[in-house]
Design a protein around this ligand. Structure first.
Ligand code: HEC
Length: 116
């Protein structure tokens, strides 16, 4: 009897653990993925240099369209935190939150490289 009760309790605990792990995993992936629409809204200021489609018209300004999400987010955070130095990008990125940056990275990643 005691063994059966313990068994049931354990499997219930296992189920709870499994569902909270799933929940945690889905939160983590949605945080990483970023929100493309929100990113598009905050990219208005960026487009004056990086182009409306993430493809710039000036040699000094890099294309962002189709770039890897993780790389984009890392670079924007580095500009914001002053780790990567560029007077323009440091001042553009200074007010951005991590969520803003993840959204911007998701947005630029979603655009076709080369602007086609
Ligand atoms: C006034 C022009 C200007 C604006 C506005 C601007 N940028 Fe930039 N951005 C630059 C320049 C110039 C560089 C190249 C910096 C360097 O040489 O290190 C750059 C570099 C970058 C890079 C690095 C690309 C790479 O390949 O390493 C990213 C990412 C970036 N900008 C994102 C943004 C985002 C997001 C915004 C809007 C929040 C923005 N930029 C607004 C001029 C601008």
């Amino acid at each position: 009897m005691t063994t059966t009760k313990t068994g049931t309790g354990t499997s219930r605990t296992m189920k709870m653990l499994a569902s909270s792990a799933l929940l945690a995993a889905s939160f983590a992936s949605s945080a990483l993925a970023g929100d493309i629409e929100a990113g598009k809204a905050s990219a208005a200021i960026c487009s004056s240099c990086h182009g409306a489609a993430g493809v710039s018209t000036m040699d000094m300004w890099p294309n962002l369209a189709g770039q890897k999400t993780v790389y984009l987010a890392k670079q924007i955070k580095a500009f914001r935190d002053g780790v990567r130095k560029d007077s323009v990008m440091n001042s553009v990125a200074i007010g951005l939150t991590d969520a803003d940056i993840d959204n911007l990275a998701a947005y630029y990643n979603s655009l076709p490289a080369g602007g086609s």
